[in-house]
Design a protein around this ligand. Structure first.
Ligand SMILES: Cc1ncc(COP(=O)(O)O)c(C=O)c1O
Length: 400
Protein backbone atom coordinates (compact mmCIF):
# COMPACT_ATOMS: atom_id res chain seq x y z
CA UNK A 1 0.00 0.00 0.00
CA UNK A 2 1.47 3.36 -1.05
CA UNK A 3 0.53 4.91 2.30
CA UNK A 4 2.98 2.70 4.21
CA UNK A 5 6.59 3.77 4.76
CA UNK A 6 9.56 2.46 2.80
CA UNK A 7 11.04 1.33 6.10
CA UNK A 8 8.07 -0.96 6.68
CA UNK A 9 8.50 -2.51 3.24
CA UNK A 10 11.86 -3.80 4.44
CA UNK A 11 10.24 -5.75 7.30
CA UNK A 12 8.67 -9.19 7.30
CA UNK A 13 6.53 -10.74 10.03
CA UNK A 14 8.36 -12.78 12.67
CA UNK A 15 8.25 -16.44 11.57
CA UNK A 16 8.13 -17.63 15.18
CA UNK A 17 5.08 -15.49 15.90
CA UNK A 18 3.44 -16.71 12.66
CA UNK A 19 3.95 -20.37 13.64
CA UNK A 20 2.80 -19.81 17.24
CA UNK A 21 -0.33 -18.14 15.91
CA UNK A 22 -0.97 -20.98 13.45
CA UNK A 23 -0.69 -23.54 16.26
CA UNK A 24 -3.06 -21.46 18.41
CA UNK A 25 -5.65 -21.33 15.61
CA UNK A 26 -5.49 -25.09 15.05
CA UNK A 27 -5.92 -25.63 18.78
CA UNK A 28 -8.92 -23.28 18.85
CA UNK A 29 -10.41 -25.30 15.98
CA UNK A 30 -10.23 -28.41 18.16
CA UNK A 31 -6.98 -30.02 16.91
CA UNK A 32 -4.66 -31.65 19.42
CA UNK A 33 -1.57 -29.48 18.95
CA UNK A 34 1.74 -29.42 20.82
CA UNK A 35 3.41 -26.08 20.24
CA UNK A 36 7.18 -26.12 20.49
CA UNK A 37 7.54 -22.84 18.67
CA UNK A 38 7.56 -20.28 21.46
CA UNK A 39 10.61 -18.73 23.05
CA UNK A 40 9.66 -18.31 26.67
CA UNK A 41 10.17 -20.32 29.85
CA UNK A 42 7.10 -22.27 30.93
CA UNK A 43 7.92 -21.44 34.59
CA UNK A 44 6.20 -18.64 36.47
CA UNK A 45 7.93 -15.47 37.70
CA UNK A 46 9.23 -16.18 41.25
CA UNK A 47 7.00 -14.95 44.08
CA UNK A 48 9.56 -12.57 45.62
CA UNK A 49 9.74 -10.73 42.30
CA UNK A 50 5.94 -10.52 42.02
CA UNK A 51 5.80 -9.20 45.57
CA UNK A 52 8.33 -6.47 44.79
CA UNK A 53 6.02 -5.32 42.00
CA UNK A 54 2.99 -5.31 44.31
CA UNK A 55 4.97 -3.36 46.91
CA UNK A 56 5.90 -0.80 44.24
CA UNK A 57 2.24 -0.33 43.39
CA UNK A 58 1.29 -0.01 47.07
CA UNK A 59 4.06 2.59 47.62
CA UNK A 60 2.84 4.59 44.65
CA UNK A 61 5.90 3.97 42.48
CA UNK A 62 3.56 4.18 39.54
CA UNK A 63 4.77 7.34 37.84
CA UNK A 64 7.17 8.21 35.02
CA UNK A 65 10.72 7.16 35.77
CA UNK A 66 13.98 8.61 34.45
CA UNK A 67 14.28 7.61 30.77
CA UNK A 68 17.31 5.34 31.26
CA UNK A 69 15.80 3.63 34.32
CA UNK A 70 15.36 4.10 38.07
CA UNK A 71 18.71 4.56 39.88
CA UNK A 72 18.36 1.38 42.02
CA UNK A 73 17.90 -0.70 38.89
CA UNK A 74 20.84 0.89 37.08
CA UNK A 75 22.94 0.23 40.20
CA UNK A 76 21.71 -3.39 40.30
CA UNK A 77 22.58 -3.79 36.61
CA UNK A 78 26.11 -2.40 37.10
CA UNK A 79 26.52 -4.73 40.11
CA UNK A 80 25.26 -7.69 38.07
CA UNK A 81 27.79 -7.04 35.31
CA UNK A 82 30.57 -6.83 37.91
CA UNK A 83 29.47 -9.89 39.91
CA UNK A 84 28.63 -12.22 37.05
CA UNK A 85 30.77 -11.01 34.18
CA UNK A 86 33.70 -9.17 35.78
CA UNK A 87 32.78 -6.02 33.85
CA UNK A 88 33.29 -2.57 35.34
CA UNK A 89 30.41 -0.40 34.19
CA UNK A 90 29.20 2.65 36.10
CA UNK A 91 25.41 2.86 36.63
CA UNK A 92 25.47 5.86 34.25
CA UNK A 93 26.81 3.51 31.55
CA UNK A 94 23.69 1.35 31.76
CA UNK A 95 20.25 1.75 30.22
CA UNK A 96 16.93 0.03 30.85
CA UNK A 97 14.47 -0.56 28.03
CA UNK A 98 11.10 -2.16 27.40
CA UNK A 99 12.51 -5.64 26.81
CA UNK A 100 15.80 -6.71 25.31
CA UNK A 101 14.26 -6.26 21.89
CA UNK A 102 13.77 -2.55 22.51
CA UNK A 103 17.38 -2.13 23.60
CA UNK A 104 18.70 -3.81 20.46
CA UNK A 105 16.38 -1.81 18.26
CA UNK A 106 17.48 1.48 19.79
CA UNK A 107 21.15 0.53 19.59
CA UNK A 108 20.79 0.08 15.83
CA UNK A 109 18.61 3.17 15.39
CA UNK A 110 21.13 5.25 17.31
CA UNK A 111 24.16 4.12 15.30
CA UNK A 112 23.33 2.76 11.86
CA UNK A 113 23.45 5.00 8.77
CA UNK A 114 22.16 4.01 5.33
CA UNK A 115 24.51 1.46 3.81
CA UNK A 116 26.22 0.56 7.10
CA UNK A 117 26.77 -3.17 7.43
CA UNK A 118 25.96 -5.35 10.41
CA UNK A 119 27.48 -8.82 10.42
CA UNK A 120 24.96 -11.41 11.59
CA UNK A 121 26.05 -15.05 11.94
CA UNK A 122 23.40 -17.48 10.67
CA UNK A 123 21.34 -19.09 12.04
CA UNK A 124 20.22 -15.91 13.79
CA UNK A 125 17.35 -14.71 15.94
CA UNK A 126 14.60 -13.67 13.51
CA UNK A 127 14.48 -10.03 14.58
CA UNK A 128 18.11 -8.97 14.02
CA UNK A 129 18.00 -8.54 10.22
CA UNK A 130 14.71 -6.68 10.30
CA UNK A 131 15.89 -4.33 13.03
CA UNK A 132 19.00 -3.52 11.02
CA UNK A 133 16.93 -3.04 7.85
CA UNK A 134 14.47 -0.69 9.56
CA UNK A 135 17.43 1.38 10.77
CA UNK A 136 18.54 1.62 7.11
CA UNK A 137 21.50 -0.72 7.47
CA UNK A 138 22.49 -3.81 5.55
CA UNK A 139 22.54 -7.18 7.31
CA UNK A 140 25.54 -9.22 6.18
CA UNK A 141 24.93 -12.89 6.89
CA UNK A 142 27.76 -15.26 7.62
CA UNK A 143 26.66 -18.87 7.59
CA UNK A 144 27.92 -21.23 10.22
CA UNK A 145 27.88 -25.02 9.98
CA UNK A 146 26.59 -27.82 12.16
CA UNK A 147 30.12 -29.29 12.07
CA UNK A 148 31.33 -26.14 13.87
CA UNK A 149 28.43 -26.26 16.32
CA UNK A 150 26.71 -23.36 14.53
CA UNK A 151 29.44 -21.01 15.77
CA UNK A 152 31.02 -18.19 13.79
CA UNK A 153 34.60 -18.97 12.77
CA UNK A 154 37.30 -16.31 13.04
CA UNK A 155 38.35 -16.65 9.39
CA UNK A 156 34.75 -16.20 8.22
CA UNK A 157 34.39 -13.11 10.40
CA UNK A 158 37.63 -11.68 9.01
CA UNK A 159 36.38 -12.20 5.44
CA UNK A 160 33.03 -10.52 6.14
CA UNK A 161 34.48 -7.28 7.53
CA UNK A 162 34.52 -4.33 5.12
CA UNK A 163 35.14 -0.59 5.63
CA UNK A 164 31.34 -0.27 5.99
CA UNK A 165 31.02 -2.78 8.84
CA UNK A 166 29.56 -1.08 11.89
CA UNK A 167 28.65 -3.93 14.20
CA UNK A 168 29.18 -7.62 14.72
CA UNK A 169 25.96 -9.00 16.22
CA UNK A 170 26.71 -11.88 18.58
CA UNK A 171 24.25 -14.03 20.52
CA UNK A 172 25.53 -16.66 22.92
CA UNK A 173 23.80 -18.91 23.91
CA UNK A 174 21.98 -18.60 20.64
CA UNK A 175 18.40 -18.49 19.63
CA UNK A 176 17.77 -20.65 17.53
CA UNK A 177 20.71 -23.09 17.81
CA UNK A 178 21.48 -23.04 21.55
CA UNK A 179 25.18 -22.74 20.64
CA UNK A 180 27.39 -20.86 23.11
CA UNK A 181 30.99 -19.77 22.68
CA UNK A 182 33.73 -21.07 24.96
CA UNK A 183 36.42 -18.67 26.16
CA UNK A 184 38.80 -19.85 23.42
CA UNK A 185 36.15 -19.57 20.71
CA UNK A 186 35.20 -16.06 21.84
CA UNK A 187 38.87 -15.05 22.05
CA UNK A 188 39.36 -16.09 18.43
CA UNK A 189 36.58 -13.66 17.45
CA UNK A 190 37.71 -10.80 19.71
CA UNK A 191 41.24 -11.16 18.27
CA UNK A 192 39.81 -10.49 14.82
CA UNK A 193 37.85 -7.50 16.12
CA UNK A 194 40.96 -6.04 17.78
CA UNK A 195 42.54 -5.73 14.35
CA UNK A 196 39.54 -3.76 13.01
CA UNK A 197 39.06 -0.73 15.26
CA UNK A 198 36.03 0.57 13.35
CA UNK A 199 33.92 -2.51 14.15
CA UNK A 200 31.80 -2.58 17.31
CA UNK A 201 30.28 -5.64 18.90
CA UNK A 202 26.71 -5.90 20.10
CA UNK A 203 26.37 -8.97 22.28
CA UNK A 204 22.95 -10.35 23.14
CA UNK A 205 23.53 -12.31 26.35
CA UNK A 206 19.87 -12.81 27.23
CA UNK A 207 20.29 -16.62 27.65
CA UNK A 208 23.39 -16.22 29.84
CA UNK A 209 22.01 -18.27 32.74
CA UNK A 210 20.67 -21.10 30.63
CA UNK A 211 23.85 -23.13 30.12
CA UNK A 212 24.35 -26.81 30.79
CA UNK A 213 26.87 -29.24 32.14
CA UNK A 214 30.09 -27.51 33.19
CA UNK A 215 29.94 -24.96 30.39
CA UNK A 216 31.20 -21.52 31.43
CA UNK A 217 29.47 -18.47 29.94
CA UNK A 218 31.65 -15.65 28.59
CA UNK A 219 30.89 -12.28 27.02
CA UNK A 220 33.18 -10.38 24.61
CA UNK A 221 34.23 -7.42 26.82
CA UNK A 222 35.17 -9.86 29.58
CA UNK A 223 37.32 -11.98 27.25
CA UNK A 224 38.95 -8.91 25.69
CA UNK A 225 38.78 -5.81 27.94
CA UNK A 226 40.38 -3.74 25.18
CA UNK A 227 37.06 -4.05 23.33
CA UNK A 228 35.13 -2.49 26.22
CA UNK A 229 35.13 0.90 24.45
CA UNK A 230 33.30 -0.53 21.43
CA UNK A 231 31.04 -3.13 22.98
CA UNK A 232 27.38 -2.92 23.89
CA UNK A 233 26.61 -5.73 26.34
CA UNK A 234 22.89 -6.44 26.29
CA UNK A 235 20.97 -8.65 28.67
CA UNK A 236 17.59 -8.77 30.40
CA UNK A 237 15.33 -10.47 32.89
CA UNK A 238 12.97 -12.09 30.36
CA UNK A 239 14.52 -15.56 30.07
CA UNK A 240 16.66 -15.99 33.21
CA UNK A 241 13.94 -14.83 35.60
CA UNK A 242 10.89 -16.04 33.62
CA UNK A 243 9.75 -12.43 33.16
CA UNK A 244 8.94 -12.24 29.44
CA UNK A 245 5.72 -10.31 30.01
CA UNK A 246 7.25 -7.67 32.28
CA UNK A 247 9.20 -6.23 29.36
CA UNK A 248 12.51 -5.25 30.92
CA UNK A 249 15.82 -5.47 29.09
CA UNK A 250 19.06 -3.62 29.68
CA UNK A 251 22.51 -2.91 28.33
CA UNK A 252 25.81 -1.36 29.31
CA UNK A 253 28.32 0.35 27.08
CA UNK A 254 30.45 3.44 26.47
CA UNK A 255 29.04 6.75 27.79
CA UNK A 256 28.47 8.32 24.39
CA UNK A 257 26.42 5.41 23.06
CA UNK A 258 24.33 5.10 26.22
CA UNK A 259 23.66 8.85 26.14
CA UNK A 260 22.54 8.61 22.51
CA UNK A 261 20.22 5.70 23.28
CA UNK A 262 18.86 7.61 26.31
CA UNK A 263 18.10 10.62 24.09
CA UNK A 264 16.39 8.45 21.47
CA UNK A 265 14.32 6.64 24.09
CA UNK A 266 13.33 10.01 25.56
CA UNK A 267 11.53 10.82 22.31
CA UNK A 268 10.04 7.39 22.06
CA UNK A 269 8.92 5.21 24.97
CA UNK A 270 10.52 7.20 27.84
CA UNK A 271 11.31 5.09 30.89
CA UNK A 272 10.19 1.43 30.99
CA UNK A 273 7.22 0.46 33.22
CA UNK A 274 7.98 1.64 36.77
CA UNK A 275 6.46 -1.45 38.40
CA UNK A 276 8.40 -3.86 36.20
CA UNK A 277 11.59 -1.94 36.96
CA UNK A 278 11.10 -2.41 40.70
CA UNK A 279 10.38 -6.10 40.11
CA UNK A 280 13.64 -6.29 38.15
CA UNK A 281 15.60 -4.75 41.04
CA UNK A 282 14.40 -7.68 43.15
CA UNK A 283 15.20 -10.15 40.35
CA UNK A 284 18.81 -8.95 40.12
CA UNK A 285 19.46 -8.42 43.84
CA UNK A 286 17.24 -11.09 45.46
CA UNK A 287 17.82 -14.84 45.85
CA UNK A 288 19.27 -16.48 42.74
CA UNK A 289 19.04 -20.19 43.69
CA UNK A 290 15.96 -20.90 41.59
CA UNK A 291 18.02 -20.21 38.45
CA UNK A 292 20.16 -23.30 39.11
CA UNK A 293 17.09 -25.41 39.92
CA UNK A 294 15.38 -24.44 36.68
CA UNK A 295 18.59 -24.83 34.72
CA UNK A 296 18.74 -28.47 35.86
CA UNK A 297 15.19 -29.06 34.62
CA UNK A 298 16.00 -27.49 31.25
CA UNK A 299 19.15 -29.58 31.00
CA UNK A 300 17.20 -32.82 31.58
CA UNK A 301 14.73 -31.77 28.89
CA UNK A 302 17.52 -30.91 26.48
CA UNK A 303 19.03 -34.36 26.98
CA UNK A 304 15.67 -36.04 26.45
CA UNK A 305 14.89 -34.11 23.27
CA UNK A 306 18.37 -34.55 21.75
CA UNK A 307 18.25 -38.29 22.42
CA UNK A 308 14.74 -38.76 21.02
CA UNK A 309 15.37 -36.65 17.92
CA UNK A 310 18.55 -38.53 17.13
CA UNK A 311 16.49 -41.72 17.17
CA UNK A 312 14.18 -40.24 14.50
CA UNK A 313 14.86 -41.34 10.94
CA UNK A 314 16.49 -38.63 8.76
CA UNK A 315 17.20 -36.26 11.68
CA UNK A 316 20.51 -35.32 13.21
CA UNK A 317 20.52 -33.23 16.37
CA UNK A 318 23.63 -31.86 18.08
CA UNK A 319 23.42 -31.21 21.84
CA UNK A 320 23.66 -27.44 22.28
CA UNK A 321 25.43 -25.75 25.18
CA UNK A 322 22.56 -23.50 26.24
CA UNK A 323 19.25 -21.64 25.81
CA UNK A 324 16.12 -23.80 25.44
CA UNK A 325 16.26 -24.68 21.77
CA UNK A 326 17.62 -27.48 19.64
CA UNK A 327 18.26 -27.06 15.94
CA UNK A 328 18.26 -30.47 14.26
CA UNK A 329 19.09 -30.96 10.61
CA UNK A 330 16.38 -32.54 8.47
CA UNK A 331 18.60 -32.60 5.35
CA UNK A 332 18.17 -36.34 4.92
CA UNK A 333 14.39 -35.92 4.68
CA UNK A 334 14.64 -33.61 1.67
CA UNK A 335 13.11 -35.02 -1.51
CA UNK A 336 11.10 -37.64 0.39
CA UNK A 337 7.31 -37.95 0.30
CA UNK A 338 4.64 -37.98 2.98
CA UNK A 339 2.10 -40.87 2.90
CA UNK A 340 -0.36 -38.54 1.13
CA UNK A 341 2.17 -37.80 -1.59
CA UNK A 342 3.50 -34.36 -0.59
CA UNK A 343 7.13 -33.87 -1.50
CA UNK A 344 9.34 -32.41 1.24
CA UNK A 345 11.47 -30.01 -0.79
CA UNK A 346 12.66 -27.74 2.03
CA UNK A 347 12.45 -27.26 5.78
CA UNK A 348 9.26 -25.17 5.52
CA UNK A 349 7.60 -28.16 3.80
CA UNK A 350 8.93 -30.39 6.57
CA UNK A 351 7.46 -28.34 9.43
CA UNK A 352 4.20 -27.74 7.53
CA UNK A 353 3.71 -31.46 6.90
CA UNK A 354 4.68 -32.29 10.49
CA UNK A 355 2.06 -29.86 11.81
CA UNK A 356 -0.62 -31.28 9.51
CA UNK A 357 0.20 -34.93 10.17
CA UNK A 358 0.99 -34.92 13.88
CA UNK A 359 -0.04 -31.55 15.28
CA UNK A 360 3.51 -30.66 16.39
CA UNK A 361 4.50 -27.03 15.77
CA UNK A 362 8.18 -26.20 15.29
CA UNK A 363 9.77 -23.44 13.19
CA UNK A 364 11.62 -23.94 9.89
CA UNK A 365 15.33 -23.18 9.87
CA UNK A 366 15.03 -21.01 6.76
CA UNK A 367 13.33 -18.41 8.98
CA UNK A 368 16.60 -18.20 10.93
CA UNK A 369 18.77 -18.08 7.83
CA UNK A 370 20.17 -21.63 7.85
CA UNK A 371 18.61 -24.89 6.81
CA UNK A 372 17.33 -27.42 6.14
CA UNK A 373 16.84 -27.50 9.90
CA UNK A 374 14.11 -26.68 12.36
CA UNK A 375 14.01 -25.05 15.76
CA UNK A 376 12.32 -26.86 18.58
CA UNK A 377 11.82 -25.04 21.87
CA UNK A 378 11.94 -27.35 24.88
CA UNK A 379 10.55 -24.77 27.30
CA UNK A 380 7.55 -26.97 27.97
CA UNK A 381 6.64 -29.96 30.14
CA UNK A 382 8.60 -33.21 29.93
CA UNK A 383 5.39 -35.08 29.11
CA UNK A 384 4.59 -32.77 26.19
CA UNK A 385 8.17 -33.10 24.94
CA UNK A 386 8.05 -36.90 25.08
CA UNK A 387 4.74 -36.92 23.19
CA UNK A 388 5.99 -34.42 20.62
CA UNK A 389 9.26 -36.25 19.99
CA UNK A 390 7.41 -39.59 19.60
CA UNK A 391 5.18 -37.91 17.05
CA UNK A 392 8.18 -36.46 15.22
CA UNK A 393 9.72 -39.97 15.15
CA UNK A 394 6.47 -41.37 13.73
CA UNK A 395 6.27 -38.59 11.14
CA UNK A 396 9.86 -39.15 10.01
CA UNK A 397 9.32 -42.92 9.81
CA UNK A 398 6.33 -42.31 7.54
CA UNK A 399 8.42 -40.47 4.93
CA UNK A 400 9.47 -42.39 1.85
C1 LIG B 1 18.09 -13.93 21.27
C2 LIG B 1 17.02 -13.09 21.84
N1 LIG B 1 17.27 -11.80 22.10
C3 LIG B 1 16.34 -10.99 22.60
C4 LIG B 1 15.07 -11.45 22.86
C5 LIG B 1 14.05 -10.47 23.36
O1 LIG B 1 13.91 -10.46 24.70
P1 LIG B 1 12.81 -9.54 25.39
O2 LIG B 1 11.63 -10.40 25.61
O3 LIG B 1 13.47 -9.10 26.66
O4 LIG B 1 12.51 -8.41 24.49
C6 LIG B 1 14.75 -12.77 22.61
C7 LIG B 1 13.38 -13.27 22.85
O5 LIG B 1 12.90 -14.18 22.24
C8 LIG B 1 15.75 -13.62 22.09
O6 LIG B 1 15.49 -14.90 21.83
Amino acid sequence: MAFLSDALLRVKPSATIVMTQKARELKAAGRDVISLSVGEPDFDTPDNIKKAAMDAIARGDTKYTPVAGIPPLREAIAAKFKRENGLDYKPSQTIVGTGGKHILFNAFLATVNPGDEVIIPAPYWVSYPDMVAIAGGKPVFVETTMAHGFKLQAADLERAITPKTKWLMLNSPSNPSGAAYTHAEMKALTDVLLAHPHVWVLTDDIYEHLIYGDFVFVTPAQVEPRLMERTLTMNGVSKSYAMTGWRIGFAAGPDQLIKAMDMLQGQQTSGACSIAQWASVEALTGPQDFIAERRKIFEDRRNLVVSMLNQAKYLSCPAPEGAFYVYPSCADAMGRKTPDGRVIANDADFVGALLDAEGVAVVQGSAFGLGPNFRLSYATSTQALEDACSKIQRFCASLQ
